[in-house]
Design a protein around this ligand. Structure first.
Ligand SMILES: Cc1cc2nc3c(=O)[nH]c(=O)nc-3n(C[C@H](O)[C@H](O)[C@H](O)COP(=O)(O)OP(=O)(O)OC[C@H]3O[C@@H](n4cnc5c(N)ncnc54)[C@H](O)[C@@H]3O)c2cc1C
Length: 310
């Protein structure tokens, strides 16, 4: 409950325009703990750096909730270029995309622009043997994101596109069940948005319990699961579950965020697990950065110290 109140307070304050202006003008130095840089080349350098520790990359061009078709198309074009750049750098491209950044909810020529752009992105990634994960955003977008995921799996198969389920939503176990005919590749997260108690569980213990159930169900179903958390207790439980149920290490991976628990990422990779870091980059870092600060009280002091030192 305290975690929830803290998260709500930070996300509410960070949504205020004067705070946003202040942090945007003074906070870039601090944000770089969580953001790999402003351009694709910086992000690709971060991937190569992580590779030295046996950690894979998951590239994310920052941006969300765009409001015009032109901006959405421009954003999609930059994701396509990222795929080209990653391929040219001899990487198998793995990217995450927020459908709100490529036009979800805007209809152009009778079709949802987010879906049309996602189709171009998945087609390009598939051509390079890569993978696209559709990030999950706030709850009003869940239905459309899952429907568009279903369409894309129908067109490209389940080896090149996946999506995310958030354990804090009451609806999620039902969503998991409804996707089973696709044998989906799923990333399981706790959930990072400011959601009302009518749709999301307020107690962390309930969110954690739902998280375990989702990961275990996905493992038992034999579909690939991306265990995206920094929670050491959960990670240990997943390791035990996999051992006890004979789940191969090829059937899942651990995913964490760039700049968070690098020690744990390295340790898991050294112990033979597949580990992938989510590497955001780009100029529109503020909303992503706010969610990271909201996840951990100590991060607020880190930001204040970083912004006002000297
Ligand atoms: C790869 C990846 C992809 C994600 N994709 C999505 C998505 O598509 N949609 C979505 O809603 N959410 C997404 N998230 C965010 C997720 O929902 C959680 O908000 C976030 O992972 C924090 O929860 P946790 O599982 O680490 O556990 P928590 O219980 O929040 O944290 C456990 C411990 O991890 C450490 N920790 C966690 N967060 C931080 C931080 N920001 N800074 C420093 N230490 C930290 C702390 O030691 C903390 O005690 C993603 C997370 C990851 C790792």
């Amino acid at each position: 409950m305290i975690d929830q109140l803290y998260r709500k307070a930070v996300l509410t304050v960070s949504g205020q325009k004067p705070i946003e202006t202040l942090v945007r003008s003074r906070g870039w130095g601090v944000a770089q703990r969580f953001v790999a840089g402003e351009d694709a080349q910086s992000a690709l350098r971060a991937v190569k750096e992580l590779e030295k520790d046996g950690i894979l990359g998951n590239l994310d061009l920052l941006g969300e909730f765009v409001t015009s078709p032109d901006t959405a198309n421009e954003f999609a074009g930059r994701v396509l270029s990222l795929l080209d750049d990653a391929h040219a750098a001899r990487l198998k491209p793995y990217v995450s995309v927020k459908l709100s950044s490529v036009g979800q909810g805007m209809t152009v020529e009778g079709e949802d622009l987010g879906l049309a752009n996602a189709r171009r992105i998945v087609a390009r990634a598939k051509g390079y043997g890569g993978f696209v994960c559709l990030d999950m955003e706030d709850h009003p977008r869940v239905d459309q994101t899952l429907a568009q995921f279903r369409t894309l799996v129908g067109e490209f198969g389940n080896a090149h596109v996946g999506t995310v389920l958030q354990s804090y939503l009451y609806r999620t176990e039902g969503d998991w069940a409804s996707l089973q005919d696709l044998e989906p590749n799923l990333r399981i997260v706790k959930g990072a948005y400011l959601e009302p108690e009518t749709v999301a569980m307020p107690d962390k213990a309930d969110v954690d319990a739902a998280y375990r159930r989702l990961v275990y169900a996905q493992m038992k179903a034999g579909s690939y699961v991306n265990v995206a958390t920094h929670d050491e207790g959960l990670i240990a439980d997943v390791e035990h579950f996999a051992l006890a149920h004979g789940i191969s290490r090829d059937a899942f991976e651990f995913q964490m965020l760039y700049g968070v628990r690098r020690d744990l990422q390295k340790d898991l990779a050294a112990r033979g697990y597949r580990v992938r870091a989510y590497i955001p980059y780009g100029r529109d870092w503020y909303p992503y950065f706010s969610r990271r600060i909201a996840e951990r009280p100590a991060n607020v002091m880190f930001v204040l110290r970083g912004m006002f030192k000297g």
